[in-house]
Design a protein around this ligand. Structure first.
Ligand SMILES: O=P(O)(O)OC[C@H]1O[C@H](O[C@H]2O[C@H](CO)[C@@H](O)[C@H](O)[C@H]2O)[C@H](O)[C@@H](O)[C@@H]1O
Length: 350
């Protein structure tokens, strides 16, 4: 397993990345560590961005690719195919579900403002939250993801877990509201993030298709709709801005550069914080299920692996280096898995 802590792209590393490259061997699936020793040329760096969110046409059906997928699936089997075994392990335990948003509950689309969940997914999510404490853990601004999900009985951890709020409505009827909960470990960075947001808007406005998204405690600079020829120039703009802000760091997501404070807080910490808030800190009978598709979700998968509790499920149809134990192909399969979880719970409580 790879250590994803190296995923941070510091301004210096970014510079080398633009001037240099990453060996192909390091590009396994989408999770790539940009360290100076791996970097050799711009083309390979751009390959890495492309690989972080491969389009369907890239997952060719050649037997070579299929062999790679098959051998990867041996170590990361489908959570749907393995549901009975997962259910066996969950028996008698308190299940808590943690769900990433983009690419997990909603399909990846070109316009981040249009990443809607299906009605079916919302209905399933509502049922899930009726049976288990449920949290959305996302890089998005908390209010923004709430405007997509619109379920008051969930926990929301926005800005990569740096903005956590508990349910505003009780999960179970006839019970009072869950204890108010708010955790914002990066609040002192707000003015800085706001300042950098304005600068990035200005600096990137000449790059057609570039989009800067303000996620409150972090920012996203989107590449998806930018001509590949302009990726390096756009990244260079971002790097130059960040040179002036050493307290901010840059990480790479799915055709997006993410800017966030250099504090030791991530989706894994958010998961730990929520388990503690739910009273499961030292509990042996809790079974957390974390489902996510992105590199940032690896921090949470790693926490579960280290705790030896629950399961991490990576949403991906291509092999990726991951700490997750199981996989699901896409949000459609995520919905099917969550539905089975609801049905299993209903049948086991009858
Ligand atoms: O933690 P997540 O919920 O997965 O959020 C990570 C980023 O997701 C969004 O961007 C991604 O999805 C967009 C819509 O499908 C897509 O256009 C983009 O290319 C993806 O990177 C969101 O817009 C970002 O702010 C989040 O950081």
């Amino acid at each position: 397993m790879k250590n994803h802590e190296n995923n941070v792209v510091g301004p210096d590393v970014m510079l080398i990345a633009l001037a240099a490259s990453i060996p192909n061997a390091a590009v396994f699936g989408g999770f790539l560590n940009l360290s100076s020793s791996q970097i050799k040329d711009t083309n390979n760096w751009i390959d890495s961005i492309r690989a972080s969110s491969p389009t369907r046409t890239r997952s060719s059906s050649s037997s070579d690719n299929q062999d790679k997928i098959n051998s990867w699936m041996l170590y990361h089997p489908s959570a749907l195919n393995m549901f009975d075994q997962i259910a066996y392990n969950m028996k008698g335990k308190k299940i808590v579900t943690f769900l990433d948003y983009d690419g997990t509950l909603s399909p990846i689309v070109a316009d981040p403002d249009k990443a809607f969940m299906t009605k079916k997914m919302r209905a399933t999510l509502k049922d899930i939250a009726r049976h288990f404490p449920t949290a959305i853990v996302t890089g998005r601004c908390r209010d923004k993801v709430y405007s997509f999900v619109k379920l008051a009985q969930l926990y929301y951890a926005g800005s990569h877990g740096m903005d956590i709020k508990g349910p505003t409505k009780s999960r179970t009827p006839n019970k009072g509201n869950d204890k108010a909960l708010l955790c914002q470990p990066a609040s002192k960075f707000l003015p800085m993030i706001e300042e950098v947001y304005k600068i990035l808007l200005e600096k990137t406005k000449s790059v057609p298709g570039a989009k800067v998204e303000n996620n409150k405690f972090c920012l996203s600079v989107h590449f998806r709709c930018v001509d590949e020829k302009c990726w390096a120039a756009l990244a260079e703009q971002v790097r130059l801005v960040l040179n002036e802000y050493p307290k901010l760091k840059l990480t790479q997501g799915r055709k997006v550069l993410e800017i966030r404070p250099t504090i030791k807080w991530d989706k894994g910490k958010a998961l730990e914080f929520l388990l503690e808030s739910l009273g499961y800190d030292n509990s042996n009978d809790v079974f957390p299920i974390y489902i996510g598709d992105d590199r940032t979700d690896e921090d949470a998968f790693k926490v579960l692996r280290n705790r030896g509790q629950g399961i991490g499920i990576l949403v991906s149809r291509v092999p990726k280096d991951t700490e997750a134990s199981y996989t699901l192909k896409d949000p459609v399969e995520v919905e099917q898995f969550l539905r089975r979880l609801v049905e299993w719970k209903r049948s086991s409580t009858q």
